[in-house]
Design a protein around this ligand. Structure first.
Ligand code: PEP
Ligand code: MN
Length: 262
């Protein structure tokens, strides 16, 4: 993942869009895949706003075992149907090595969640697929550890790693996490891999998402991943930090505008 081994920036083409290319990458969707109809409505709306990829968890890493755990394969089927209808690429999390072949069958990008950033057998398993991987930074992990996790994937022969800063734990409690924007220029200096920011998990409150999406792009991020829903108050997970379809439309416009002057 280190610059000296690969001086040029990595570009990853996914369904016609180049991550790390001239356009900022826009990924949006619900925290969890819920109903088929609800997902299709979100997919069509974000497509109209210029998104490149649809996100949605089918296997969810919930803090409580009693919270909704995701629809599993049924959710992956809804995501694949949304791709069929809209042409959006699909991003979804995989939590265990044994499920990598199943999830890889349905998605364009395998997401490694913050809680699994150092699950080394899982990193090796997604490395072996050769598919693009969105590697989130663990909320208590250093940049060095994050880049070493990217290395685990790449050492299996998979160069298609997209880094994602999603906030780290600090003493602050007004926000869910602290989006570490320092990490963006630092990893761009140390590594050739593209880096996105996730302001939704980074702040944990919908009202701050737009500001930190703009800030992430201004810091040099290659794009954003955000949680959106038709009615965030009804979302099955992470509703507090989920923005509306209308807000996403405006966020996409502002992200493109800022990226243009970078
Ligand atoms: C998510 O993207 O819904 C998610 C669980 O993210 P993280 O792993 O960053 O908490
Ligand atoms: Mn979430």
């Amino acid at each position: 993942a280190s610059r000296p081994f690969h001086p040029d920036d990595t570009q990853i083409e996914i369904r016609g869009h180049v991550v790390g290319g001239p356009e900022p990458t826009l990924i949006a969707g619900p925290c969890s895949v819920e109903t088929r109809e609800g997902l299709l409505e979100i997919a069509h709306a974000i497509k109209r706003s210029g998104a490149h990829m649809l996100r949605g968890g089918a296997f969810k890493p919930r803090s409580s075992p009693y919270s909704f755990q995701g629809l599993g394969e049924e959710g992956l089927k809804y995501l694949a149907e949304a791709r069929e209808e809209t042409g959006l690429a699909i991003v979804s999390e995989v939590m265990e090595p044994g499920l990598v072949p199943l999830v890889a069958e349905y998605v364009d990008v395998l997401q490694i969640g913050a809680r699994n950033m150092q699950n080394f057998p899982l990193l090796k398993a997604v490395g072996r697929t050769g598919k693009p991987v969105l590697l989130k930074r663990g909320f208590s992990n250093t940049i060095e550890e994050w880049l070493m996790s990217a290395e685990y994937i790449m050492a299996e022969g998979n160069p298609n790693v997209i880094l994602c800063e999603r906030g780290i734990r600090t003493f602050e409690t007004y926000t869910r996490n602290t989006l570490d924007l320092n990490a963006v220029p630092v990893v761009k200096h140390l590594s050739h891999l593209p880096v996105l920011v996730d302001p939704s998990h980074g702040v944990g409150h919908a009202r701050y998402v737009m500001d930190m999406a703009r800030a992430g792009i201004a810091a040099g991020a290659h794009g954003v991943i955000v949680e959106v829903h038709k009615d965030p108050t009804q979302a099955w997970s992470d509703g507090n930090q989920t923005i509306t379809l209308e807000t996403f439309d405006e966020l996409a416009r502002q992200v493109r505008a800022i990226h243009q002057v970078m």
